[in-house]
Structures are given as C-alpha cells and as structure tokens.
Design a protein around this ligand. Structure first.
Ligand code: PEP
Length: 262
C-alpha cells in the first residue's frame, strides 16, 4: 500500500441533462459524505458546471469540480472554445487533458495536449493527463513506447514546481467504454513504467508522490483488484460514473484498499 491518497474521477462525457446532472451530483455528494480518504472529482459537461458547483457548495462537499477540456488561449476569436479563466470563474479546479476521445475522435495531437496542459498549470489549476495505447499499438508491442511518448510530449516544458499538480491517468484506448479492462497485472506493469519515466524526468521523490490512475471500463466488480496495484492510485471512470450505485462503490473500493481492508 502506498502513502498516496487515492483519487477517483467521474467523467460524465457528453451525457446528462440539466435535471439528471443535478440529480447525479446530489447523489454522489450524499452517497460519499463519509468517505474522507479518497480525493473525488466530477467532470460534468460545460453547460452544467455552475449547477453542479452550486450543489457541491451548498452541501459543503470536498468533491472537486472538473472540466473535460479547455482551450489554451486566454481569450479572443476562437468560436466555441472555453478558456481556463472562464472555467476558473465557474469554480473548476481540475481539467482533463488528452482524453483518448479528444485524441482519437477529435484529433488532438501530442502538441495540442501539451499546449492545453501547460495552460492549465500556468492558470494555477490541477490537470489529469490521460495517456494510453490503441489496440493496434498494443498488438504491435508498442504499449510502452506509445505511453512514454505521450507522457514526455505532454510534459514538455512543465516545470518541477508545476508537476505536483499533475495526475496521470493511464487509459488504454481499447478499454475505454468497451467493457474490456486491462488485467490488474497489465495496468500495474504499464503504470510502474510510467512512474519510472517520471522519476527519470523529475526525480524519485516527485515520482513517488505522483498519483497515477487507471481508466478503462472500471466497475464495482473489478475496481478493488485494479486499485490494489502498487502503482495504481485510483481511477478515471466513464460509464460507471453516471450511476451513483456504481460510482460510489468504486470510490469505496479505493477507500478500502487505502485502509488495507480490501
Ligand atoms: C473514461 O472516459 O475516461 C473512461 C475510462 O471511460 P469508461 O470507464 O466508460 O471506460
């Protein structure tokens, strides 16, 4: 068991509406009120950020408000984009960078992910940097080089002071939303190598402190086994974060593993 506090994020993606987002936020807050040894964040769609923020505030919740994306420029003629300052204004504390759907569906390159990540950190917020290989890359034996390339590229020009606000989420693309999960051994293996890479880039102490989440079809039934990996510090949850009855047990699994009771 590591000394790192587990971190579990719920990425709601382009799901929910005004009513269901509020209902889900209330359910998550009320359902996890007694869990204090796990950091939890929720990532609602942009239009519902303020409503979710109001619920978190009204209930004095420590759950963090997250955004699924951002644009790296501070302001200007960028139709449809949302700046870091706008997100801060809405109470956002943490922003996802490089989620596989942004990379593979919406065409974000390593360079774009790096620009966004640096803007998030320059803006004083926390980032969750998502990396992961596709199925073809895994079959070709390129899992480690792909993840290492994505980590190195995203962290280019990220300073030693800023890195403490970065969490990495290892999310094999073939496991996201597919019901297929990396085995705990495979996830642990990749994540240990990512930590080693961070040690080479920022030193052993920074690597030891950095939280590395696993993401990809985490469910209440597999969360505990995954979170027992010594380099797996919680999870980024997509589909299962849309139901309190699934998200809360996943957070509780992280809590139990951290207490050595899983
Ligand atoms: C995700 O969106 O980051 C994710 C891991 O999705 P899912 O849990 O649905 O695979």
């Amino acid at each position: 068991m590591s000394q790192r506090k587990p971190y579990v994020g719920g990425n709601w993606k382009m799901n929910t509406n005004r009513n269901t987002a509020a209902e889900l936020a209330r359910g998550v807050v009320d359902g996890l009120r007694d869990v204090s040894n796990v950091d939890v964040a929720v990532f609602p769609p942009f239009p519902y950020l303020l409503a979710v923020r109001a619920i978190l505030r009204d209930r004095s919740s420590s759950i963090k408000l997250g955004a699924q994306d951002c644009y790296h420029k501070p302001d200007g003629a960028f139709t449809g984009e949302v700046s870091i300052e706008m997100l801060k204004d809405c109470g956002v504390e943490v922003i996802l960078c490089g989620h596989s759907e942004r990379r593979h569906v919406l065409g974000e390159t390593d360079a774009v992910v790096n620009e966004k990540l640096r803007a998030v950190l320059d803006g004083g917020l926390e980032a969750i940097l998502c990396v992961g290989e596709t199925l073809d890359e895994r079959i070709a034996g390129h899992t480690d080089p792909v993840n290492q390339r994505q980590v190195r590229a995203a962290l280019s020009d990220v300073t030693g002071d800023q890195i403490s606000r970065v969490t990495i989420a290892y999310e094999p693309v073939w496991a996201i939303g597919t019901g297929k999960t990396a085995t705990p051994e495979d996830a642990q293996d990749v994540q240990a190598k990512i930590r080693k890479l961070i040690a080479g880039m920022y030193g052993a102490d920074t690597a030891e402190r950095m939280r590395i989440m696993y993401g990809g079809s985490v469910k209440p039934s597999n969360a505990s086994e995954l979170f027992k990996g010594t380099d797996i510090d919680g999870g980024l949850i997509g589909g299962a974060s849309l139901k309190v009855s699934e998200f809360a047990p996943i957070v509780r699994a992280a809590s139990a593993v951290a207490r050595g009771q899983a």
